[in-house]
Design a protein around this ligand. Structure first.
Ligand SMILES: [Zn+2]
Ligand SMILES: [Zn+2]
Length: 375
């Protein structure tokens, strides 16, 4: 009888997400955060009261609260502690504390109102005229709300520390656009920052995998009007030439927003018209192909803001959320919370009664990175 061969050890990997998928560690919310486990006393989502048409704010706040790195950012020691009524950063920190504490859902309502109040007074005092819609109770676009919120937190961070680098590292997608002049060989590079990767939804991509949408976002552009940065070259070659410009990611944020550009202005009806087809985004997102030098850049989905209705400034918004218990997803529809183990709820948000919504903002957290608080 032949002796029993020793079994080879299972393949080892250091990547947290790989280990999660190999089911060797549990898929819990804190483990997907960098810098060690993040333990909160409550782990269940809580509803948020909507006094009228503020569902767009509630859906965005729910998604943000479900990203561990944002929680870590808000609670880190160097953040604002002024506790003034008009401080958006303190109001959001207070919301995160109460939301993930054992306090009752009713207590969340007061602090959510505190966020509304802080936005109202901040817009009034700090020259944020473009976000005037935050001063009153009108319905607005969820992405515009998110932009306003981040810009106000950044303004406060700058006031407190003289810099706004932490919030920028948390949210900004930094890209580098390069092109080379065929006449003189000079390469020009331009850095750009944005709060989101904005993904167009042309009809011809309907039914294609999500990678096709990203490829379209990062495809080389032929730009006839791009002129060489060398004055001498422009004099020598007065005729314009087509230039090919390439865009690649230089810095991937800890918290990545993908905005699905569902709304196009239709000249026939003189209004925004929504493109409602389903976009097949996934829970895991690999952007490595679109970074400079193909640096690894991977993300995990934590929330989706979804919308039902004809225009972003009407209809209804809700949020689909990754729960702290890794196998569960939740739908947060104002005060009502539905929890399910059906992962499709995250990829195709619905109200819980089968009523479907169109995904609009996808909120991802970086996998395997390290968030450094730099100021
Ligand atoms: Zn403050
Ligand atoms: Zn040139």
């Amino acid at each position: 009888m032949a002796p029993t061969q020793p079994q080879p050890p299972p393949p080892q990997t250091n990547n947290t997400l790989d280990r999660v998928h190999a089911a060797r560690i549990s898929k819990t919310w804190p483990l997907l955060s960098h810098g060690g486990p993040l333990v909160t006393r409550n782990s269940r989502p809580k509803g948020m009261d909507n006094p009228g048409v503020l569902c767009y704010r509630r859906a965005v706040l729910q998604c943000l609260l479900h990203v561990p790195e944002l929680y870590r950012y808000l609670l880190s020691a160097r953040r604002c502690r002024c506790r003034e009524k008009g401080c958006v950063a303190c109001a959001l920190r207070r919301l995160a504390e109460v939301y993930w504490s054992v306090r009752e859902t009713e207590e969340v309502q007061g602090v959510v109102e505190g966020v509304d109040g802080a936005l109202r007074s901040f817009v009034g005092h700090k020259d944020f005229g473009q976000y005037d819609f935050l001063r009153n109770g009108v319905q607005a676009d969820a992405m515009e709300f998110l932009e306003g919120l981040v810009n106000m937190i950044r303004a406060r961070e700058v006031e407190v520390s003289g810099r706004g680098r932490s919030i920028s590292r948390l949210f900004n997608v930094t890209t580098r656009r390069t092109w080379t002049c065929e006449d003189c060989g000079r390469t020009s590079a331009l850095r750009a920052k944005d709060l989101a990767i904005r993904v167009a939804l042309p009809k011809e991509l309907e039914g294609q995998p999500f990678d096709s949408y990203l490829r379209a976002c990062f495809q080389d552009e032929d730009l006839p009007d791009l002129r060489c940065e060398s004055d001498a070259c422009v004099v020598d070659h007065p005729e314009g030439r087509n230039r090919t410009r390439r865009t690649r990611i230089v810095h991937g944020p800890e918290l990545l927003i993908i905005q699905l550009l569902r709304f196009d202005f239709d000249l026939k009806v003189m209004n925004l018209v929504k493109n409602p087809y389903r976009v097949p985004f996934r829970e895991r997102l690999d952007l490595s192909e679109w970074t400079v030098d193909n640096t690894a850049l991977k993300y995990q989905l934590h929330g989706v803001v979804a919308h039902r209705g004809a225009s972003t400034s009407s209809g209804h918004y809700l949020a689909a959320l990754q729960c702290q218990k890794g196998s569960d997803v939740a739908t947060a529809n104002d005060m009502s919370i539905g929890i399910s183990s059906d992962r499709e709820w995250l990829l195709e948000p619905r109200r819980g009664d089968g009523d479907e919504f169109d995904s609009y903002l996808l909120v991802y957290q970086k996998v395997g990175g390290v968030m450094r608080v730099v100021d």
